[in-house]
Design a protein around this ligand. Sequence first.
Ligand code: E4P
Length: 218
Amino acid sequence: MKFFIDSADLSEIKEAEAMGVLDGVTTNPSLCAKVGVRDFEGHVAKICEMVAGDVSAEVVSTTYAEMLEEGRRLATIADNVVVKIPLIKDGIKAIKTFSEEGIRTNCTLCFSSTQALIAAKAGATYISPFLGRLDDISHDGLALIEDIVTIYTNYSFQTEVLAASIRHPMHVVECARMGADVATMPLSVMEGLLKHPLTDSGLEKFLADWDKLQASLK
Ligand code: E4P
C-alpha cells in the first residue's frame, strides 16, 4: 500500500518525507488556499523536487478544452506530476484524451461505484473516492472503497484506488484490509499510525531500568 500525504504545506511534506515512508503527495485547491499558495505551478515544482513519488496537481477549469490546456501545462512541470481532474462529464473526456497522450491522471471527487467504473473505463491512473466526506453525510465511505476494489479486480482495470478524505488511522487500516492501492492522509493521521501508549510507556520503562543498571554498576 502506498502512503501519500494530503497537503500543500511544504513543511508538512518535508516532515512526512523525512519519515522515509512517503510515496507521493495529493493537493487540491482548498489545501493550496489553506497555505496561501500564490504561484501554483511554482509550488507544484517545489513539491516535485522534494518528493520522488507522484504529486497530484488539480486543474481548476471545468470545460474539456480548458482542462486539456491546463492539464497539459501542469504535466510539463515535472515527470512525477499527476493531473487531478474532477469527476464530471468533461473531466471524463479529458481523462480519456490524457490517457491516449500518456499523461497520468487522478480522477477526484468520486462518491459512487458508477463514477469509479466510468473513470476506469476512461483510463484514469488513479481514482480518488472521498470516504470521510461520505461518512460525514451518514453514508458508508469504506463500503465504497470495498466496492471499487472488487469491481476493478473483477475486470483487471489498471486504475489504482487512492482512498482520499481519510480522517483517522482506522480508515487507513480498513482501506489496507480492503486492498486499496494508496491512502492519502494528513500528516497527523500518518503520525497517528505509529503511535501506541504501550510503546511509549514500554520505552520509558526500558530506559529507566537501563539507567538503574548503569547506576548500580558504578
Ligand atoms: C485528496 O486528494 C482529496 O482532495 C482530499 O483527501 C479531500 O479531503 P477532505 O475531505 O478532508 O477535504
